[in-house]
Design a protein around this ligand. Sequence first.
Ligand code: ATP
Ligand code: MG
Length: 262
Amino acid sequence: MSLIVLASASGSPGVTTTALGLALVWHRPVVLVDADPVGGCALLAGYFQGTVADDDAMVNLVLAHRDGRLAEVLPRTMIPVPDTYVSILPGPKSHAQAGSLSELWGALAYELRGLEQTGQDVIVDAGRLGMVHSPQALIRAADLALLVSRTDLPALAAARQWADDWSTATVDGTGAASVASLLVGVGRPYAASEVSKVLGVPVLESLAWDPKSARVFSEGQKPAGSTWSQRDQLVRSYRAAAAAISARVTAERLTTAQGGVR
Ligand SMILES: Nc1ncnc2c1ncn2[C@@H]1O[C@H](COP(=O)(O)OP(=O)(O)OP(=O)(O)O)[C@@H](O)[C@H]1O
Ligand SMILES: [Mg+2]
């Protein structure tokens, strides 16, 4: 396992919520990277309600990169989440700051991939695609790029173009090793089989549709107990998605190792 990137084509289908949900149920240590060029670090403002912050994390990484010290500074910049396997790499504090990160993403992708040797996987929230400062280098370096989408027609019309672009890049060796979609709100209105036909990429998993539970992860709303429950349907769907991601990456690597064509 290694570098997994989640992104969306339009709307706000649930990239940040899903990336966090996956990280919280991940089976081994994982770094959750906020690389959304919109800035503002929705993850820290939402689930963590502003109790965790480092506005200068990305700027410090840019400076470290210029000094050739990125590998040394990166681990210190990650914030461990107590009682979990998760560490967070806070994203740009503003879209203006995101503009100064273009030189960082490639080097960061290299370092993040190297974390696999320390037993850590990486999940990246790349935000909405097509933004001027999108972290393209992270998407290109991914073992698996996941297009998060709702299933209504406007969402699918937007997602289809990116699914095409990503698939082409994968085939010609300039994109992620593997591409799939993650659906939020399957059956609202279209089924997974219909979506995969339209997008031309497989649906890796459909997450449970549960606005109330999702707000626990997206806004830090307190659930009925003091914390979210492993039995919650949405959490179970995060676990299923995490397992599907692992299986997909393992299968892809096996194919590559056996000389399969990317
Ligand atoms: N599985 C789900 N079921 C129902 N609602 C969900 C689900 N996942 C996320 N949501 C809701 O969708 C909304 C958008 O979520 P989120 O902020 O994660 O989207 P995003 O794609 O990261 O958006 P943006 O492009 O603005 O960063 C939130 O209100 C969140 O609670
Ligand atoms: Mg988001």
